[in-house]
Write a protein that binds this ligand. Structure first.
Ligand code: PGA
Length: 249
């Protein structure tokens, strides 16, 4: 069975005043059994987030090179040294705002692996692609081109986030989530020896209100959570909802 994981993506949010929320989330994580809790704060807070046991500190991006003339960028070894154990890569906001293409994302995944970090690879279709019935085609292309050879359950997590569901309050229909996750599971299993054990997260407006019904779906091993990860009050109920998910084949 794939590991159950809740990952909080703080995006460009969080000054030091937000650190008490991390402490509350870490405290709660000790009591949530069978679930790994990941927090990806802005890099400025990463060393302080990494001081908490009970949560896995993560970065939100990295450069594909280990070092060099890349003003403003951070490499995977630097992020590992700052405390990261995992990295969110290929998030749709990076793909849209920084024109990241699959081939570049694949380079970043390789860099993360090279630094001993696990990648949370994000994939997702736009609303136009969804309405055009192209979801599976788009995801298959992203998965094939942005996930390099060598993915294992230890070094990779895949997060499916419909772009149009991020930050909008929209959730994909449950049967559609289940169908997409089934397809992703099958493709990972066909391509990688242990592909069936790679954790599959759903993302996009996951909240305390909708988490339990999303986690009840087959092949949903957890969630990548943006807005609702910024406070323990909203995030801990999502962690608890995953802990309560029953076993499935
Ligand atoms: P959201 O963001 O939960 O605020 O929709 C999810 C994400 O972008 O990972």
């Amino acid at each position: 069975m794939a590991a159950r994981i809740i990952a909080g993506n703080w995006k460009m949010n969080g000054l030091a005043a937000a650190l008490p929320e991390v402490a509350r989330i870490a405290d709660a994580a000790h009591d949530v059994t069978g679930v790994e809790t990941v927090i990806a704060p802005p890099v400025t807070l990463l060393p302080r987030v990494a001081r908490h046991d009970g949560i896995t500190p993560a970065a939100q991006d990295c450069h594909a090179a280990d070092a060099g003339a890349h003003t403003g960028d951070l490499s995977a070894p630097m992020l590992a040294e700052a405390g990261a154990r995992t990295e969110i890569l290929g998030h749709s906001e990076r793909r849209a705002n920084h024109a990241e293409r699959d081939v570049q994302v694949a380079g970043k995944v390789r860099a993360a692996w090279g630094a001993g970090l696990r990648a949370i690879l994000c994939i997702g279709e736009t609303e136009a692609q969804y309405r055009g019935g192209r979801t599976v085609e788009v995801l298959a292309r992203q998965l094939a081109a942005s996930l390099p050879e060598g993915a294992t359950p230890e070094n990779t997590i895949v997060a499916y986030e419909p772009v149009w569901a991020i930050g909008t309050g929209i959730t994909l229909r449950e049967d559609e989530i289940e169908r997409v996750h089934r397809t992703l599971r099958d493709r990972l299993a066909a391509r990688f020896a242990q592909g069936a054990e790679v954790s599959l997260l759903y993302g996009g407006s996951v909240s305390a209100e909708n988490a339990a019904s999303i986690f009840a779906l087959r092949n949903v091993d957890g969630a990548l959570v943006g807005g609702a990860s910024l406070t323990a009050g909203k995030f801990v109920p999502i962690m608890n909802a995953l802990a309560e998910k029953g076993a499935y084949a």
